[in-house]
Design a protein around this ligand. Structure first.
Ligand code: IMP
Ligand code: MG
Length: 181
């Protein structure tokens, strides 16, 4: 699905063209930062898949790609931020230059957990690139090295982001009519 509007969408936040242009800019920043090195991109399933592949195609240093699957849930007292790895990486990242690729950083709980876990595997370097950043909802402070777009405090879908597993394949990012957060 690319340009077609679907019911349930309030407005388009970023068009396919805007996304493509911004990804090229961020890929250029990354290429510059890692010049002369080999970069390992780690995507967090499933949301970051669309962004990771689009980004990787514009990065001009050699890249390796691996994926992590996570599940996040609330603990017994109802507080958010309990995360565990449901699918681990295929390869070791020891001594590698790692760029963790996220779809969106919201409260920061997921990213904090992933950074702690990956740092324990002694990569040479560990940085973060996120497609979307909703900084207004941050609860825990996490470092974000590269970001494509800052977004308002509204639930969004498209370009990998889902609502009940739907709409990941939209080419644009849109705000949903009914809030799901
Ligand atoms: P955090 O731990 O609160 O930063 O959670 C981030 C995760 O929540 C993301 O990786 C998404 O899977 C999900 N998420 C947060 N906001 C949205 C949204 O607006 N649309 C779809 N998924 C979202
Ligand atoms: Mg995610």
């Amino acid at each position: 699905m690319s340009g077609a509007l679907i019911p349930g969408i309030e407005r388009i936040l970023f068009t396919e063209e805007q996304i493509d242009a911004r990804i090229r800019e961020v890929a250029a920043e990354i290429s510059q930062r890692y010049a002369g090195r080999t970069l390992t991109l780690i995507g967090v399933l499933k949301g970051s898949v669309f962004f990771l592949t689009a980004l990787a195609r514009h990065i001009e240093v050699p890249v390796k790609i691996d994926f992590l699957g996570i599940s996040s849930f609330s603990n017994k007292s109802g507080s958010p931020g309990v995360v565990r790895i449901a699918k681990d990486l295929d390869e070791s990242i020891e001594g590698e230059d790692v760029l963790l690729v996220e779809d969106i950083v919201d409260t920061g709980f997921t990213l904090r957990y992933l950074l702690q876990t990956l740092a324990g595997r002694t990569p040479n370097s560990l940085s973060v690139c996120t497609f979307l950043d909703r900084n207004s909802r941050r609860i825990v402070q996490v470092p974000v090295d590269f970001r494509c777009f800052e977004i308002p405090d509204r639930f969004v879908v498209g370009f990998g982001l889902d609502s009940n597993q739907l709409y990941r394949n939209l080419g644009y990012v849109a705000v949903m009519k009914h809030e799901k957060t």
